[in-house]
Ligand binder design. Structure first.
Ligand code: HXC
Length: 288
């Protein structure tokens, strides 16, 4: 059954704010990233979603294209973010078919629970390669197009008026909060996410002068995601939920709304930041 709008975004945004924009998203068929992309499509964007699994990626793209009449969505499968060449080809195809890349979401990630003793050197390296190298490859393959888009969509420093045609030249890296304090069985992911946070800061400083903004969205425990399913045993869920400051897990909509904000005109002066969307989870003693 097709998803309802409320399954992936709130109702407060103005239709058409991302008309004619193009978003390029790795991990775009995953639970969190697909909500982010769906919201942008709903608000006018066209999209290119990237994944390893061909069937999953193409069928998610087809479903997303039905969100809005006229939406163009391409799904490019068999792309491993560890391969720069794979990503460069995907970015070129996106621009050829959709005309530009205005927004990037670097969302592909790998995760499993393992103690440092259980974690082989190759297991550690696999997660570093998917998360850190994969984010870098995504950035590097799309940066020329982000700079191009950023040039067109800068805000005039004298009048503060946005150039016509909305926003562009923006990247969001999807990170986490588990590295803020340290978490057992997640050494590999913690190191990787810290690296991604640093990469985003570097982009903000180095490419701000060329009109590109870069931010982190850091989800906390989001219901019905692979990440949460792996980290929290099902018999612990109810007690864990009750222990949360807001008394609930996050919804994918919470992450999609944060994304819309950062890509919208309202987020124009926000760069080099981390938007933690976790209901204060990480500040609690049992945070993840
Ligand atoms: C210990 C493991 C393991 C496990 C794999 N390995 N799973 N070690 N415990 N559960 C080891 C393997 O034995 C191997 O090491 C090495 O990791 C590489 O494994 P492969 O299967 O060959 O690699 P690959 O096919 O590339 O798979 C990558 C992966 C996989 C990361 C291991 O799980 C994956 O692709 N996951 C993608 C989907 C995913 O995890 N999504 C959730 C993201 S959630 P050896 O030494 O044997 O060669 C997320 C949120 C985090 O990131 C924050 C949550 C709050």
């Amino acid at each position: 059954m097709p998803l309802k709008k409320s399954d992936y975004m709130s109702d407060i945004w103005k239709d058409g704010i991302f008309a004619n924009k193009v978003v390029f998203c790795t991990g775009g068929a995953g639970t969190i990233c697909s909500a982010q992309v769906r919201a942008l499509i709903h608000l006018g964007a066209n999209a290119c979603i990237i994944g390893r699994n061909v069937e999953k990626t193409e069928s998610a793209a087809k479903e997303m294209a039905a969100i809005r009449p006229g939406a163009k969505v391409i799904g490019i499968g068999a792309v491993d973010v560890r391969s720069f060449e794979n990503l460069q080809n995907a970015a070129e195809r996106c621009v050829k078919e959709l005309g530009a890349i205005d927004f990037v979401i670097a969302g592909a990630a790998g995760n499993f629970l393992a103690s440092i003793e259980q974690l082989s050197v190759n297991a550690f390296k696999s997660v570093m390669d998917i998360d850190v190298l994969g984010s870098y490859n995504t950035l590097k393959a799309t940066l020329p197009y982000l700079v191009e888009s950023g040039k067109k969509h800068r805000i005039d420093s004298e009048t503060l008026a946005p150039y016509p045609g909305g926003t562009g030249g923006r990247i969001i890296f999807v990170s986490a909060t588990l590295h803020y304090r340290g978490m057992p069985f997640q050494a590999h992911v913690s190191v990787a996410k810290a690296g991604i946070d640093s990469l985003s800061n570097a982009v903000a400083i180095e490419y701000g002068p060329r009109g590109v903004t870069s931010n982190i969205v850091a989800p906390g425990p989001i219901a019905q995601t692979e990440g949460l399913e792996r980290l929290l045993p099902s018999d612990a869920k109810e007690a864990y939920t009750k222990s949360q400051p807001l008394g609930r897990f996050g919804h994918v909509r919470d992450i999609a709304d944060a994304t819309v904000y950062l890509f919208s005109d309202a987020g124009s002066y926000v760069t080099g930041e981390t938007l933690v969307v976790d209901g204060a989870n990480w500040r609690t003693s049992g945070g993840m």
